[in-house]
Ligand binder design. Structure first.
Ligand code: 5CA
Length: 442
């Protein structure tokens, strides 16, 4: 992509309304634009990141055996009257009336809709287990939308739903999602720690929040240092094998948010030098809620011994749009964002320091073509701008690599390669710079 043609409205000034670093950088890097309080448009750069995150989430759901589908954003109120949540949800639910005076709503979550689909299509224990998910926009009319996409009113969520014959069988689905979440966040360069949680309005009796550590997080968290040091991706998880060992490890030690924190238990269970007290951001939340929805809504199956029983359910959420902000909170410096390679909007920023200079233009065009031919994504800064402005913008948008081409270097047959995370710069021949980039699987 040529920057001269790209919609990338970067800003030098810090926007006054943004209180936390991810919100500031997302606005300054031209990733999002507010449409109304807590509702955002995703500009091209931001949308690329959102799609990359969504794709990692999708791949890990598929790997865990979850089937993708798509439910609508607008739902009929009657389903929510059946479950009893239409009145309970209060002002957080955006209520809509259609031209026939029917009550509709913009879905804050999808338990009712999926239960309705299930009850009209599945009758027998033989058709279980079922594990389904979709990635769809949600709306919650939060009292105080803030921190940009971290607490929005409209936000993108991955929500999965499990259907099983009893609690024992439900635990298998819960474990699959639990382990799949560990992998999902690790693949984005994040360390997410599962913590015992309250179930809130979703309800139920078994629940974990997945929390990443970041100083600007909304909750205070307390956990055993072993969880902060563990390398999740070193485990090559077999989803057909028994996952309980992994879940046992992640639930055996103290890890709680302030909601459930118990100082005496923390001190009793965790040696002093292993206690971690930090702030955290909730990026995922999983629930087993038994027959809370299937019972009132009549989603029943016949069991092996011929009984007719409400199906056991769980739901499993990931805040896809929140993750964009959360990753920035976890990975940035004073110059801007530092994207972990798997979620970076482009792999490489190619900077032409002297647009119009025939040698620079030619070298850049050649590199641009070669990199793209090797399936690297490249943002080519071909604008007629001062080098200082180009460097500042490139640092701000945080691509993992910068390849800098200037007339003086070219006379000596060198270009400069800069890593955004370490700030390390190297002068290399064009051939060695390319070899260095090939060595990284971005
Ligand atoms: N139905 C269940 C699980 S599918 C559910 O709705 N769970 S939730 O309420 O915990 O939301 C799931 C995830 O969505 C949260 O962990 C969080 O990462 C994200 N999320 C929730 N509210 C917001 C919001 N206002 N803005 C951005 N992300 C949000």
């Amino acid at each position: 992509m040529r920057l001269s043609r790209y919609l990338l409205p970067t800003m030098k000034e810090t926007p006054a309304e943004a209180q936390i670093v991810s919100h500031r950088y997302m606005l300054r890097a031209g990733m999002i634009r507010q449409a109304s309080a807590g509702v955002y448009s995703w500009l091209p750069l931001g949308y690329r990141v959102l799609k990359k995150i969504e794709q990692i989430v999708r791949e890990e759901q598929d790997r865990a055996g979850c089937q993708e589908m798509l439910m609508p954003t607008i739902q009929p109120a009657d389903l929510w009257r059946e479950s009893g949540r239409y009145d309970d949800y209060g002002k957080e639910m955006l209520r809509i009336r259609d031209r026939h005076d029917r009550d509709m709503l913009y879905g804050p979550t999808n338990e009712e809709l999926i239960t309705d689909i299930f009850r009209s299509s599945v009758r027998s224990y033989r058709d279980l287990p079922k594990l389904l998910y979709h990635i769809q926009w949600k709306f919650r009319d939060e009292v105080r939308p803030r921190f940009g996409v971290m607490r929005g009113r409209e936000f993108l969520m991955k929500d999965s739903y499990s259907f099983d014959v009893d609690f024992e069988a439900s635990k298998v689905a819960y474990r699959k999602m639990f382990v799949s979440y560990l992998r999902t966040f690790a693949r984005m360069g994040l360390r997410a720690i599962p913590m015992e949680a309250e179930t809130g309005p979703i309800g139920g009796n078994l629940s974990h929040e997945f929390i990443i550590l970041a100083d600007t997080g909304e909750s205070e968290v307390f956990c055993h240092r072993d969880y902060v040091e563990y390398d999740v991706l070193a485990d090559d998880v077999d989803y057909n094998a028994d996952l309980s060992g992994i879940v046992d490890f992640w639930t055996s030690k103290y890890a709680r948010t302030d909601e459930l924190h118990d100082q005496a238990a923390f001190e009793a269970e965790v040696p002093e030098d292993r206690r971690v007290t930090r702030r955290g951001i909730e990026v995922g939340h999983i629930f087993y809620f038994s027959t809370k929805y299937s019972d009132p809504m009549g989603a029943r199956v016949t069991t092996a011994d011929g009984q007719d029983m409400p199906v056991h359910m769980g739901s499993y959420g990931i805040g896809v749009s929140r993750l964009v902000g959360a990753i920035i909170e976890a990975s940035h410096d004073e110059a801007g964002i530092i994207w972990p390679e798997p979620v970076a909007p482009f792999d490489i920023g190619l900077i032409n320091l002297k647009v119009g200079d025939p040698d620079c233009d030619k070298a850049c065009e050649d590199l641009y073509n070669q990199l793209q031919a090797a399936h690297k994504t490249v943002l080519y800064d071909d604008r007629d701008e001062r080098p200082g402005a180009k460097f500042a913008d490139m640092d701000l948008i945080g691509l993992p690599w910068q390849l800098i081409i200037g007339p003086r270097g070219l006379q000596r047959h060198v270009v400069e390669l800069k890593r955004r995370d370490t700030g390390e710069r190297e002068e290399l021949s064009i051939g060695s710079a390319l070899a260095r980039l090939w060595a990284y699987a971005t």
